[in-house]
Each structure stands twice: as C-alpha cells, then as structure tokens.
Design a protein around this ligand. Sequence first.
Ligand code: AMP
Ligand code: ZN
Length: 109
Amino acid sequence: MDCIFCKIANKEIPSNFIYEDENVIAFNDLNPQAPVHFLVVPKKHYESLNTIDSKEAFADIFSAVPKICEKLGVKEYRTVVNTGESAGQSVFHIHVHVMAGREFTWPAG
Ligand code: AMP
Ligand code: ZN
C-alpha cells in the first residue's frame, strides 16, 4: 500500500521518531503549525478515526499523547484529529496532531 505514514512506521522512509512503542510512533510534523507540533501515529494502518476497529487501538494512540508530552515537558497542548478531506485530512492514515508552545484560538479554523 502506498501510504507515507506506513512507510515511516516501517522505516522505509527515514524519520526521527520522538517516541516509539509496540503499537505507536511519533515524529515531528514536516510543516509545523506551532513551536511544538508532532504526530502520533499507530503502526497499523487505519484510514481515519472512522475505521478504527478496537478500543485497544484508541487507547494505544491516545494514551501515548500525555506520555510523550511529559517526556517533552509540555503541559498544555492542542490535539487535533482531522477526519475526511473537508475537515482537513490530507494523509489517510490516522494521526493525532499535538501542538504546543503558542496560544491557540477557538474555534479552530
Ligand atoms: P492532516 O492534514 O491532518 O492529514 O495532517 C497531515 C500532516 O502530515 C500535515 O500536517 C503534514 O505537514 C504532515 N506530513 C506529511 N508528510 C509528512 C512527513 N513525511 N513527515 C512528517 N509530517 C508529514
Ligand atoms: Zn498507512
């Protein structure tokens, strides 16, 4: 399957992981929207939030977020999951954006 995040997870494309465990990786976003902007990505391919099929997968992805933030000394952050093109999803392998280091406005644009 031609999926950029699968290739990163499989180490076919070199990337500096800021976190890795059995099920999840995290790496800095190529086009950061905040001083801290990384992506938390399951190693298993799920197209989006709509196709996650187990509670374990949710738990694996989301429980990694505070662990990584603690490691980075980040206490306050914005998490974003875009689902579908109109919501801004451009890579169809689910990922959680974690952004920090500036003020965020609400609602998101
Ligand atoms: P989304 O638009 O929510 O699907 O987010 C996709 C994100 O992936 C964007 O913020 C891109 O900047 C980021 N991105 C795309 N390719 C790479 C890559 N090779 N390494 C790191 N981040 C990437
Ligand atoms: Zn994938």
